[in-house]
Design a binder for this molecule. Structure first.
Ligand code: X8Z
Ligand code: ZN
Length: 687
C-alpha cells in the first residue's frame, strides 16, 4: 500500500455523472410529463439492476483475475453501454423543463448531460475502444532495472536491487546498499525487464537517492507510455469534443466542468489556487534548500525550479517519500504506530472493526452483515487480485464491500478508515434514486473520506485509542514533524492537482498542437518543476498520468483536498474542539456525526452549494481554502523562519529551464513558441 487515500468505486462506464445545468441543456420536444415520470421510474429500477450486474462482474474480475472473469466483465460492460445509449435517447426526447417536480427534472437532465451517447453509434464505440486501449497500453508498460541497460553508459553503475519486492522496506542506508550490492551478480536476475509503475518504479522514485537511477526510471516510464498513447489521445480529444458539442457544450472540458454547477467555475478554482500559493511557495523553498544540500547546486539551482525526478514521485505530486531529507526535527519522533499495533496483536479484521466503531461512536451507521461476508480485507493466497484499496456500492441498497490487501501498518489503518468513510457515504444516501446516489459533486466522496482520516491520523486520537504515548519528545517538535508529513502530502499536491485539468481543458479548447510543451509550461508555472532532461513533441508526458489517458477528470482531487479541511473544521467546531486544528479529534462526537450525516444523506440530489451552506450554518456556499491554511499555519510560521535568509521565496525560471521543453529557433530560422513562453513564464516575486 503506497497510498493513504483509496478510491471510491461508483463510477461505471455509463454511470459517470457529469453534469447538471439547465442553462446549457439541449432539450427534447416531448412534453408528455406523465410519460417522462414513468420513464424515470423504470430507469431507476433498470439502471440499478444494470449497475448491480456490471459492478458484480467487475468485483469478480478484480478479486480473481482470470481470462474468463475478464470476458464476463467485458460482456456486462457492453450491455450497460447499450442500455446507456437507449436510455439517453429516450431521456433526451423529453422537454425536462415541463416536469413540475424539480427532483425529476434534475434526474432527467443528469441522464442526458452525463453521457457521450449523443455521438453516432460507431463513434461512441470508437471512443470507448480508444480509452480501453490507452488503459491497456498504460497498464502493460514495463521497464528494465537500472544498471542492466543503463540509460547513460557514462554514468557509473550504482548498486542494483535484485528483488524489487524487497524495496518496500528499502531505506537508503549503507547497509542496504551493501546488501543489494552483494546480490547484484545473481545470474537468475539478468534480463528482468518487467518493472511496472506499481510497485517497483514508484518505490525507486520514493526511496532511491541516486540521481542517475531516478532519472533513468523517470525517463524510461515516459518512453514506454507517451509515444504509444499520443495519436490515440489526439483522436480521443476530437471525439470527446464532438460528443460535448452534440450534447450542447462548447467542448469536452466544458462538459466535464458542468458537474460543478458553477457558471464561473474556472475563476472560482483559480481563486482558491491563488490563496494557497504563498503556503506552497514557503514549502517549496524549504524543500528546495534541502535538495540542494542533498544533490548539490549543479543539480538544483538555489533560486530555480526543482527537477521533477527528485521529489519522490513519478509526477512530483506527493512529496511524502522525501520526508527523510526534509524532516524539521530529525532527532524527534515521526508518528508511526505500526510497531505498537503489532505489539498489541492487531489484525486486519480488528482494524476494520475499529474503523466501524469510529463511525458508530459518532452516531453513524454500522455496516450491514453483507459487508463482512462479501469484502476482501486481505490478499488471498490462491488467486491473483488487484490490490488497490477501494470501496464498492453494488447499487442494490444491501451489498457494500471493501477490497483492500490490508497489512497491519499505520498506513493501512488510515486507509481502512478512509474506505469505511466511502461505505458510510453509500449507506447514508442509500434511499436516494440511483441517479442521486453519489457525492454532492465529484469532489465530495474523497473530501469526506479524507476529512475523517484527518481526525484519525492525528496525535490526540492515536493517544486516545491507546496507540501512541509520547513521553520523551518535545511536543512542538513532534507537531512540526507531523505537519511537515501532512504538508508533503497535501500542500505539495495542490499545484499538481490544479494544473492537470488546466492543461486538459486547454487541449479540449485550443487543440492538440504543442501538447507536451504546454504541459511543461504549466508544470513550471504552477508547480515550479522542470523536466530533468530535454523534452520534445515526440514525447507525450501527460500520458504518464493514468487519469489523463483513462478519461478521468482530475480537478475533483484539487477541490477534494481543499474541501476536506473545510469539512474537518466544521466537524471540529461541532464537536466543541478548541485549540489547533491539527489536534482536533471528532471521535465519539455525536454532533460532528450529525454534520456528516446531514452532508451525506442528500447524495447529489441537491447542488453542492446548498450542502456547503448547510454545513457551514449559512456562512458560505463555496469551497474555501481558509481551513487548510489555518491547519498549516503553525508550520507556515516555522517555514517562514527557516526561509528568512532565502533570496527568493518561490522560483525564477531562466532561458535554460524553458529551453528544456520549448522548441528553440531551428536551423531553418523558424521560431516556434519559446519567446512567448518566456514572457508567460511567471517570475515569482519575493513575498
Ligand atoms: O486516483 C486516485 C485514487 C483513486 S480515487 C487511487 N488518487 C489520485 C491520484 O493517484 O492521482 C488518490 C490521490 C489522487
Ligand atoms: Zn477514497
Amino acid at each position: 500500500m503506497e497510498r493513504v487515500s483509496g478510491c471510491v468505486l461508483v463510477v461505471l462506464a455509463f454511470f459517470t455523472r457529469l453534469a447538471y445545468s439547465e442553462d446549457y441543456f439541449r432539450m427534447g420536444t416531448n412534453t408528455n410529463t406523465a410519460e417522462a415520470v414513468q420513464f424515470l421510474r423504470e430507469y431507476d429500477r433498470e439502471a440499478s439492476g444494470m449497475c448491480y450486474r456490471v459492478t458484480m462482474s467487475q468485483w469478480k474480475f478484480v478479486t480473481n483475475i482470470t481470462e474468463y472473469n475478464r470476458r464476463r466483465m467485458l460482456e456486462e460492460l457492453a450491455l450497460s453501454s447499450k442500455f446507456e445509449r437507449l436510455s439517453w435517447r429516450k431521456a433526451a426526447a423529453y422537454d425536462s423543463t415541463r416536469l413540475p417536480d424539480p427532483q425529476n427534472r434534475r434526474q432527467l437532465v443528469k441522464i442526458v448531460q452525463s453521457s457521450r451517447a449523443a455521438l453516432p453509434d460507431e463513434k461512441f464505440s470508437e471512443i470507448q475502444q480508444l480509452i480501453t486501449e490507452m488503459k491497456e497500453i498504460y497498464n502493460s508498460a514495463k521497464i528494465c532495472p537500472y544498471g542492466q541497460k543503463p540509460y547513460d553508459p557514462h554514468v557509473p553503475r550504482p548498486p542494483t536491487y535484485p528483488d524489487y519486492q524487497q524495496m518496500q522496506s528499502y531505506q537508503p542506508t549503507m547497509q542496504s546498499y551493501q546488501h543489494y550490492q552483494a546480490n547484484q551478480d545473481n545470474p537468475e536476475l539478468a534480463n528482468y525487464c518487467d518493472m511496472q509503475l506499481d510497485p517497483e518504479i514508484s518505490r525507486i522514485l520514493a526511496h532511491s537517492r541516486i540521481e542517475s537511477e531516478l532519472l533513468y526510471v523517470w525517463k524510461s516510464f515516459r518512453d514506454k507510455t507517451g509515444p504509444k498513447l499520443k495519436n490515440r489521445f489526439m483522436r480521443y480529444v476530437q471525439l470527446a469534443n464532438q460528443a460535448a458539442v452534440a450534447t450542447g457544450y462548447r467542448d469536452a472540458g466544458d462538459q466535464m466542468r458542468a458537474a460543478y454547477e458553477d457558471s464561473s467555475f474556472r475563476a472560482s478554482v483559480e481563486e482558491i489556487y491563488n490563496q494557497v500559493v504563498p503556503l506552497y511557495k514557503q514549502l517549496f523553498t524549504y524543500v528546495r534548500r534541502k535538495l540542494v544540500q542533498r544533490y548539490g547546486e549543479t543539480s538544483v539551482r538555489s533560486d530555480g525550479p526543482i527537477p521533477a525526478h527528485l521529489l519522490g514521485n513519478m509526477w512530483a505530486q506527493n512529496w511524502k517519500s522525501i520526508m527523510d531529507l526534509v524532516m524539521p526535527f530529525p532527532q524527534s519522533s515521526n508518528i508511526d504506530v505500526t510497531a505498537e499495533m503489532l505489539r498489541q496483536g492487531f489484525t486486519p479484521l480488528r482494524m476494520f472493526q475499529m474503523a466501524e466503531e469510529f463511525y458508530t461512536s459518532m452516531g453513524l451507521k454500522p455496516v450491514p452483515p453483507e459487508f463482512w461476508r462479501g469484502s476482501m480485507l486481505v490478499r488471498p493466497a490462491q488467486r491473483s487480485v488487484q490490490c488497490t484499496a477501494s470501496a464498492w456500492d453494488f447499487c442494490n441498497r444491501i451489498d457494500y464491500r471493501i477490497k483492500q490487501c490490508t497489512e497491519v501498518t499505520m498506513q493501512d489503518l488510515i486507509s481502512t478508515h478512509h474506505e469505511m468513510a466511502h461505505v458510510q457515504y453509500y449507506l447514508q444516501y442509500a434511499d436516494q434514486p440511483q441517479m442521486f446516489r453519489d457525492g454532492a459533486n465529484p469532489a465530495f466522496h474523497e473530501a469526506v473520506a479524507n476529512a475523517v482520516t484527518l481526525s484519525v491520523y492525528n496525535l490526540p486520537h492515536l493517544q486516545r485509542v491507546g496507540l501512541y504515548q509520547n513521553k520523551s519528545h518535545d511536543p512542538y517538535e513532534v507537531s512540526m514533524n507531523f505537519l511537515m508529513t501532512m504538508a508533503l502530502e497535501k500542500v505539495a499536491y495542490l499545484p499538481f492537482a490544479f494544473m492537470v485539468d488546466q492543461w486538459r481543458w486547454s487541449v479540449f479548447e485550443d487543440g492538440v498542437q504543442n501538447m507536451n510543451t504546454r504541459w511543461w509550461q504549466m508544470k513550471l508555472r504552477y508547480q515550479g518543476v522542470v523536466p530533468p532532461i530535454s523534452r520534445s513533441e515526440a514525447d507525450f508526458d501527460p500520458g504518464s498520468k493514468y487519469h489523463i489517458i483513462s478519461d478521468q477528470e482530475y480537478i475533483k482531487y484539487f477541490l477534494a483536498t481543499i474541501l476536506e479541511f473545510q469539512i474537518f473544521e466544521q466537524l471540529c467546531i461541532a464537536s466543541g474542539h478548541t485549540g489547533h486544528l491539527h489536534e482536533c479529534d471528532v471521535y465519539r462526537s455525536r454532533d460532528a456525526g450529525r454534520v456528516l450525516s446531514d452532508m451525506m444523506q442528500p447524495g447529489s440530489s441537491k447542488p453542492a452549494s446548498e450542502i456547503i451552506r448547510a454545513m457551514t450554518k449559512g456562512k458560505t456556499n463555496r469551497i474555501s481554502p481558509e481551513s487548510l491554511v489555518k491547519y498549516f499555519r503553525p508550520l507556515e510560521l516555522w517555514l517562514r523562519v527557516q526561509n528568512r535568509d532565502e533570496p527568493l521565496i518561490g522560483w525564477s525560471s531562466n532561458y535554460h529551464d524553458v529551453a528544456l521543453f520549448a522548441p528553440q529557433r531551428g536551423a531553418s530560422g523558424n521560431t516556434y513558441i519559446s519567446l512567448s513562453l518566456l514572457s508567460t513564464t511567471v517570475l515569482h516575486h519575493l513575498l
